[in-house]
Write a protein that binds this ligand. Structure first.
Ligand code: GDP
Length: 614
C-alpha cells in the first residue's frame, strides 16, 4: 500500500497518527475489513477500540462515525459511502457517464392510478388487465400481488407488444406512503375523473400528491358511456387548476374512456407509452437487481412472501439480497399470474420466496454477494432503532429559523388544512404572498377538514410543515406526525399564524410557545346543573386531563371553543386529574354548549427555548 505508515506496536495509547492517506469504507464495515483497508492487523484495531471502551469482535460491524474515527487514528481519512453506492461501484459496468448512458435501456413505465373514490380506479385497473394479459396467455389465475404487468394485446395498436406495469393499490395514500419511505416507484400517474361527477376533493388531493412528487399526470376522463357525462367540464375544471389539455394548447394528455365498457383503453395505454418515451424511462438490465418492496406478508405454507418491483438489473433464482434490514435468498419467484419465473427484468413485479423476515413496503431491495448482504442486514437491524430516534432532520419552523440564519434554506413547503373553504383560500393566498427573496413559501396542498394521516405522509415525503387553521389532527395523524417528526402548527387567528411564519422567515423564532398535549375525553352525556352550567359526562380515551389544564372543545375535529377546565369530578368528588379509561365529569369555564359526541382535549402551553434542529 502506497504511502503507508507502519502501524504502532500493540499499545493502548490513543495518540493518533498524522493523516497520510484516504480510504473508502462502506456503511457497516466489519472490524476485519476495516483493518484490511488500513493495512493493519485486526488485533491492533481491536485493541485501539478497547482503549476507546468499545469491546468488538473481529466480525463485528462498526458504525460510520466510529469507523471513521478509527481510520483517523491509524492515519487515514475515511470517505464513507452507502451500501448502494458501493454496489454501484462494484457492479456498475460503466466507467464514464457516456458509457453509463449506453448501458441504459428503455424499460416498461410504472403507472399508479389515482382519483376520487368511485370514479372508477379499480374498474379501470381490472379492465386493462383483463384485456391485456401479460405474456399473451389468457386463463391464468389472477393474483393480486400489489402490481401487475400487461403487454398491449391489440395488434392494430402502434404500441402493440409494449409492456406497462401498474401498481395495483390505487390512490394517492399508498403512493405517498412509499415516497415518505424514500421510494420512487411511479413514472406516470393516471388521474381518473368521472365525467358525470367532475373534479372532486380527492381529485385535487391526488393532483397535489403527484405534483409534489414531480410525476407527470395523464388524465383519464372516465364513464363517458353515461348519458350525463360532461367530459369537457372536467377538462375545464382541471385546466383552471393548471392541467391544461393538449388540444387547448397545454401539455397534459387527456383521454376519454369508459372503464366499464372498455372504450378507448388502448388509446390510454398508447398515451402512457408516449409519455414514457418523452420521460426517457430507462434502466440497465445487465446488472444485479435492485428495486422496491411493494408489500410483504407471511404465508402459512411458504413463509415470508415479498412483492418487489424490480427497477434496475435482472433478478435471478439463487440471488442473495437485502430488503431494508431483511436478508434473503431468492428460492422461487412468481409473476402476477402465479407463474414461476427464472428471472425478472426491470419494471417486473414479482413475488419472492426466501426472505428471512418481513420487509416493509417501501424498503429498498438490493441484490448483493451473500456474505455482504448478510453483514448489511445485521448492521441495518442494529441501526434501525437508532434511526428511528434520530429522525430530526425534518423542516420545522424553529429549524427554518436556524437554517435561514445559516443562509441555507430557500423554500418552505406547507400543507394547509382549515375548517372552511373560504378561510383556506384566503390563508393560502396570504401565506404565498409572504414569500420574499430569501424564502419562497409554497403551499403544496390545501383542503378542508381535519389533518389526516395522508397529510402527514405528504408532509413527511416532501419535508413540509402542516398548518391547521381551526382544525386538529386526527388521532392517528397526530401519532404519525410524532413518529415522523413532522411539525404541525395549529392556529385559530390569522394574524398570529402570519406573524409566526414571518418571524420564522426572519430567523427570529425564539423562544417558542408550545402546546403540550395532555389527553382527550369523549363526551357521552351532558347535564345542566343550575348555577354551575353544563357538565359533560365523559370517558377518557387517551392520556389525562388536569384540573388546571387548558381545554379545547372539538366537534368533528373542528375547534368550537378554547378555554380552561371549570370543574373536574370523579363520581361526586373534585379531583386533580383524570386518566385514560376513567369516567368523569368536566365543566368548561364560561361555556355551556357542549354536545354528546364532542371531544374535550386537555393541554398546557409552555414556553420553551428554541431547539436547534440538524
Ligand atoms: P374506485 O373507488 O375509484 O376504485 O371506483 P370503482 O372502480 O369501484 O367504480 C365505482 C363505480 O363506478 C362502480 O359501480 C363501477 O361499476 C362504476 N364504473 C366504473 N367505471 C365506469 C364506467 O366507465 N362507466 C360506468 N357507467 N360506470 C363505471
Amino acid at each position: 500500500m502506497k504511502g503507508f505508515v507502519p502501524p504502532p506496536r500493540l499499545t493502548l495509547s490513543t495518540e493518533p497518527l498524522p493523516i497520510t492517506r484516504e480510504i473508502t469504507i462502506t456503511e457497516g464495515i466489519s472490524v476485519k475489513d476495516l483493518a484490511e483497508k488500513l493495512g493493519i492487523r485486526a488485533k491492533d484495531l481491536i485493541a485501539r477500540l478497547l482503549a476507546r471502551g468499545v469491546f468488538a469482535t473481529i466480525n463485528q460491524t462498526l458504525d460510520q462515525e466510529l469507523a471513521g474515527d478509527m481510520a483517523r487514528q491509524f492515519g487515514a481519512d475515511a470517505k464513507v459511502i452507502t451500501f448502494e453506492e458501493q454496489l454501484m461501484q462494484d457492479t456498475g459496468p460503466a466507467q464514464s457517464a457516456e458509457q453509463a448512458a449506453e448501458t441504459m435501456q428503455a424499460r416498461p413505465p410504472v403507472v399508479t392510478i389515482m382519483g376520487h373514490v368511485d370514479h372508477g380506479k379499480t374498474t379501470l385497473l381490472d379492465s386493462i388487465r383483463e384485456a391485456n394479459v401479460a405474456g399473451g396467455e389468457a386463463g391464468g389465475i389472477t393474483q393480486h400481488i400489489g402490481a401487475y404487468k400487461v403487454r398491449i394485446a391489440d395488434t392494430n395498436s402502434p404500441a402493440y407488444g409494449r409492456e406497462i406495469a401498474f401498481i395495483d393499490t390505487p390512490g394517492h395514500e399508498a403512493f405517498t406512503r412509499m415516497r415518505a419511505r424514500g421510494a420512487k416507484v411511479t413514472d406516470i400517474v393516471v388521474l381518473v375523473v368521472a365525467a358525470d361527477d367532475g373534479v372532486m376533493p380527492q381529485t385535487l388531493e391526488a393532483m397535489d400528491h403527484a405534483k409534489a412528487a414531480n410525476v407527470p399526470i395523464i388524465v383519464a376522463v372516465n364513464k363517458i358511456d353515461k348519458p350525463d357525462a360532461l367530459p369537457d367540464r372536467v377538462k375545464k375544471q382541471l385546466a383552471d387548476r393548471g392541467l391544461m389539455p393538449e388540444d387547448w394548447g397545454g401539455n397534459t394528455v387527456f383521454v376519454d374512456v369508459s372503464a366499464k365498457q372498455k372504450t378507448n383503453l388502448n388509446l390510454l395505454l398508447e398515451m402512457i407509452c408516449l409519455v414514457a418515451d418523452l420521460q426517457e424511462v430507462k434502466s440497465n438490465p445487465d446488472r444485479p437487481a435492485s428495486g422496491t418492496v411493494l408489500e410483504a406478508k407471511l404465508d402459512r405454507g411458504r413463509g415470508p412472501v415479498a412483492t418487489v418491483l424490480i427497477q434496475s438489473g435482472t433478478l435471478k433464482i439463487g440471488d442473495a439480497f437485502v430488503a431494508g434490514n431483511i436478508f434473503g435468498r431468492v428460492r422461487a419467484m412468481f409473476d402476477d399470474r402465479g407463474k414461476a419465473l427464472e428471472q425478472a427484468s426491470p419494471s417486473t413485479p414479482v413475488e419472492i420466496l426466501g426472505a428471512e423476515g418481513l420487509p416493509a413496503a417501501g424498503d429498498q431491495f438490493v441484490v448483493a454477494e451473500r456474505e455482504r448482504a448478510h453483514e448489511i442486514s445485521e448492521y441495518r437491524t442494529m441501526k434501525a432503532r437508532e434511526a428511528q430516534l434520530a429522525k430530526t432532520s425534518r423542516v420545522s419552523l424553529e429549524g427554518l429559523s436556524e437554517q435561514i440564519k445559516a443562509a441555507g434554506i430557500k423554500e418552505l413547503p406547507i400543507i394547509l388544512k382549515g375548517d372552511v373553504q373560504g378561510s383556506v383560500e384566503v390563508l393560502s393566498d396570504l401565506l404565498t404572498k409572504l414569500s420574499n427573496e430569501k424564502v419562497k413559501i409554497k403551499v403544496l396542498h390545501s383542503g378542508v377538514g381535519a389533518i389526516t394521516e395522508t397529510d402527514v405522509l405528504l408532509a413527511s415525503a416532501s419535508n413540509a410543515i402542516i398548518i391547521g387553521f381551526n382544525v386538529r389532527p386526527e388521532r392517528k395523524a397526530h401519532d404519525l406526525a410524532e413518529q415522523e417528526k413532522v411539525d404541525i402548527r395549529l392556529h385559530s387567528i390569522i394574524y398570529e399564524l402570519q406573524d409566526e411564519i414571518k418571524r420564522a422567515m426572519a430567523g427570529l423564532l425564539e423562544p417558542v410557545i408550545r402546546e403540550a398535549y395532555h389527553g382527550r375525553a369523549e363526551v357521552r352525556e351532558t347535564f345542566r346543573i343550575p348555577k354551575v352550567g353544563t357538565i359533560a359526562g365523559c370517558f377518557m380515551q387517551d392520556g389525562l386531563i388536569k384540573r388546571d389544564d387548558e381545554v379545547r372543545l372539538l366537534r368533528d375535529n373542528v375547534v368550537v371553543f378554547k378555554g380552561k377546565v371549570g370543574s373536574l369530578r370523579r363520581f361526586k368528588d373534585d379531583v386533580n386529574e383524570v386518566r385514560n379509561g376513567q369516567e368523569c365529569g368536566i365543566g368548561i369555564s364560561g361555556y355551556g354548549d357542549i354536545k354528546v359526541g364532542d371531544v374535550i382535549e386537555g393541554f398546557v402551553t409552555e414556553r420553551i427555548a428554541q431547539e436547534v434542529f440538524a
